[in-house]
Each structure stands twice: as structure tokens, then as C-alpha cells.
Ligand binder design. Sequence first.
Ligand SMILES: Nc1ncnc2c1ncn2[C@@H]1O[C@H](COP(=O)(O)OP(=O)(O)OP(=O)(O)O)[C@@H](O)[C@H]1O
Length: 316
Amino acid sequence: MHSPAVEVRDLRMTYGDKTAVDGLTLSVATGSITAVLGPNGAGKTTTLETCEGYRRPQQGTVRVLGLDPIADRKQLLPRIGVMLQGQGAWSGVRAMEMLRHISRLHADPLDIDYLADRLGLAECGRTPYRRLSGGQQQRLGLAMALVGRPELVFVDEPTAGMDPQGRRTTWDLMRELRADGVTVVLTTHYLEEAEELADQVHIIDHGRMIASGTPLELTRGSGAGMSATAMIRLVVTKPFPPGASESLRAALGEDTEVTLLDERSMRVSGKADPTTLAKVSRWCEDNDVLPESLTLGRRSLEDVFLDLTGEKLEHV
Ligand SMILES: Nc1ncnc2c1ncn2[C@@H]1O[C@H](COP(=O)(O)OP(=O)(O)OP(=O)(O)O)[C@@H](O)[C@H]1O
């Protein structure tokens, strides 16, 4: 077994009297893609910046590749790649000049033409940084993080502002990195990105870990911090009678959430067992409601996130 690539223990970070990270513990397996998900202001960037050595832990410990990101910065820097949110480059510098400059800081850089080609930067290589589109700036930031052949990369919202093709290219690249044994830690607002890419997902809210697991564990409800729940969708042939969701909830019991999605469909999250399905069906009979469909399905990561945080994330 490898030791973890990143280990955060009981991290606490504040800005004045604002607590940004509140006793966070997480570990990242070497060679994995790990996604840190959370609503705006959850503490993702602060946690990453502490791992990258930009911030000193106010409480708790952070180890990256077994090293202290601040005390061992010199040893660590050549081994990690960092793509910051809204990464800066000098505004007048041309994209390829910037990449070449960064590549010269590394002992054994990747071929920059290969990297530019791979990330679709070749056609804008002579464009000054400030004139690149948001997506091109993101791709350049990613190239700058990868050019030194890091063992571990931190990428903060790597595909924000990218078009669907740029996003897919980036996802492919992340998978290639993993296949080469590189560890990837990313933050994202896009649940689909986490679902597509991540081996492990940590969901944080208000600076605390609220759930973690593989995407499958989380959507089945078997991840840490989760209870086993399923999603039942009930679609009926004519509009529900008034008070239907409250009445169905009463019929199903306390552990169930019933949400009216529109006048003819409801979402029930509760236990995934035959009894629950039978109760829904009995409720339909008692209320003279004819189901058009009654389906039991896995929740999406979106449903999990919504249930845990009460907030919606943006869609891809
Ligand atoms: N330099 C700062 N000074 C004061 N408060 C800050 C600072 N940086 C972050 N915060 C606050 O700390 C909390 C956590 O911010 P952080 O940027 O870590 O969250 P995040 O999960 O990365 O959010 P986002 O998804 O919006 O990037 C937020 O409430 C934020 O307003």
C-alpha cells in the first residue's frame, strides 16, 4: 500500500471571525482522482491553498507526499503542479511564451508543443494572455500545472468557463494522468465532472466534511456520512389531488422525503425496499391515483448533494 498523497487532519482555518475550514480531515490515495465538491464558500479553495503551501494551517496538520507544504516547500515544489482559480499570467505575454518560461523552471519538462497540441492551445499560442478566452486561459493554466511532470496536481475548478469540447479534452487528460500514476485533486462545481472522473468524492459544506465515498457509494447512499436511500419517481395520469405530497409522506413515515416535482410527478427518497414501493402503490389505490410510471432508481450525485446541503450546484 502507498501512503496517501495528501493527508489533512483536523484542519481549521479562519479569516478574522469567519471560519472557512472547520476541523476538516481528508485523505487522498496516491494515483487516484479525488474531487472535492461543495457549494460556494464551503472552504474548498482554502483547503487546497493550505495543501499547496500558500496558507499555514492555523490548527491541524497537512502532509503532501509525506512532506510539510511550508517547511518542505523546496522539496515539494518540483513534485507538484498547481492550477489556481483564475490563474494569472502577465497580461501581455503570449500563451506559448508563458508555457516555455514555466517549462524552463523544471528539470525534465514535457514537450511544450505536445502539451499545447493536446490542450488545443496551438492555435492561440501567439495570442497575448489577456486576449485569450476564459476557456483558453484555463487550458493554459492546466498546461502550466502539468509541464513539470508533477506526481500530484491540484486543480481548482479546472473546467470552469470551458466549452463542452474543452471540458471533454480536460477530462481525457486527467484520466491519462491517472493512468500514468499521477494523483489528481480537483475542486469542482460540476457534479457531472465528479461523477465522470473521480475515484473518490469528498463533499464539504461550511468547512466540514459531510460525506465521502466513491460516486457509486454516494449515489447508493453507502458512503461515509450517508444513509441508504433510494429514489422513487411516481408519475401519474392526471394532476395530483391537493395535499398529495403531505398525505403520501404521512403514509410512508418519518424517514421519507416527498417532493412534488410538477403537477403529475413526485420524487420520494427513502428506503429502497419492497415495502416502501408497496406503500406508494397502496397510497395510489387509496387516493384513486393511477400511476403512469413508478420507478426505483439510483440517485444522481446531484440528488445526493441537494439532500445533504439543501443547495443546488450548477450543471455542466
Ligand atoms: N481572503 C479572504 N478573506 C476573508 N474571507 C475569505 C477569504 N478567502 C475566503 N474567505 C471566506 O472563507 C470561506 C471559504 O472560502 P473558499 O474560497 O475556501 O470556499 P470555496 O469552497 O472554494 O468557494 P468557491 O466555490 O466559491 O470558490 C468563504 O466564506 C469566503 O468568503
